[in-house]
Write a new protein. Structure first.
Length: 310
């Protein structure tokens, strides 16, 4: 029999009140933490995908903070990047989307976080130095785990920023033997991406296949016209009117992987080849920074030998 609370003595009334509060049914939605996530989906295109995915968000009372989608009509592929916020669990949301998505769907539900990167370098400092400065200023959106180089030239620069530096010399080693040592050093660290900050060694298919869609490179945009040593001098002698840079994912096709970002600047007859080289290095570091910002914020989908950039 339930006893009216007014018939209970004051001390017992307090105990009964606390007991009643403890037994109050728990609201599962209130118990969830406020969360923000990036939802990345690519799959075969199908009718009603945007509606079905949006309904998953609506049913969970989520806010859509931003949304971009694209259909590659030639290959009938659908791409979508959505940022959602609200009270939800990432694992549950991921599972709910998989239930309504096509079987071939590649789905990632990612809580925003700073990615981890390993940098490979040789002797040139412009690209590496720019990354280090952005990292120190908190503008990179990533944590640099270490810098690995095949020369010791950049050690002082790197260690000024309190970043671990490892020199892995290549002298007396085959390309394959050297790469084994570099990969051993890389794999000692947790990382999301490997950044080639003017790393002047050609990577073997074994190296590339070990880190698919994780290696980002920067190079001048004179390829394939001016290859080999001193491309800026070659470009000067040819009288080019623009110079630029390309950042891309690395594949077995040398400097021909999916392009992430590019830019060009005009030059004229007043530029000698050294002026062109200085201007080209400025473009390279800006384009690499732009590409890293896109990749580190999960804005890039690889689509064959192209990218979809949101």
């Amino acid at each position: 029999m339930e006893v009216p609370l007014g018939c209970i003595s004051p001390p017992m009334r307090k105990i009964a009140h606390r007991y009643t509060l403890r037994r109050k049914p728990k609201n599962t939605q209130e118990s969830k933490m406020e969360t923000r996530a990036r939802v990345l989906i690519d799959c075969h295109d199908a009718k009603g995908l945007v509606y079905k995915i949006s309904k998953v968000f609506y049913d969970r009372d989520l806010n859509i903070d931003s949304n971009r989608e694209f259909v590659d009509k030639e290959n009938e592929k659908f791409f979508m990047r959505t940022v959602v916020s609200g009270k939800f669990e990432i694992e549950e949301l991921d599972g709910a989307i998989r239930e309504i998505a096509p079987e071939d769907a590649h789905i990632r539900v990612i809580a925003p976080r700073d990615k981890k990167v390993v940098i490979l370098a040789t002797k040139e400092s412009h690209a590496l130095g720019d990354i280090l400065i952005r990292h120190a200023a908190g503008e990179l959106g990533a944590r640099i785990q270490c810098v690995i180089a095949n020369h010791d030239t950049l050690r002082d620069l790197v260690e000024r920023f309190d970043i671990p530096f490892f020199h892995v010399p290549a002298e007396g080693l085959s390309r394959e033997e050297h790469e084994v040592k570099v990969m051993e050093k890389i794999d000692e660290h947790e990382f999301d991406y490997i950044v080639l900050a003017k790393y002047m060694r050609i990577l073997t298919p074994t190296f590339v296949s070990a880190y698919p869609e994780q290696i980002i490179n920067i190079h001048h945009s004179f390829l394939p016209a001016f290859i080999g040593a001193n491309p800026y001098k070659q470009a000067y002698e040819r009288g080019v009117k623009i110079i630029g840079a390309t950042a891309h994912f690395v594949t077995d096709d040398l400097d021909e992987g999916p392009i992430i970002a590019q830019d060009v600047i005009p030059v004229n007859h007043r530029f000698d080849w050294k002026d062109m080289q200085r201007a080209g290095r400025d473009v390279e570091k800006v384009v690499l920074s732009r590409a890293l910002n896109l990749v580190l914020h999960d804005r890039v989908f690889v689509n064959g030998n192209k990218t979809i950039v949101f």
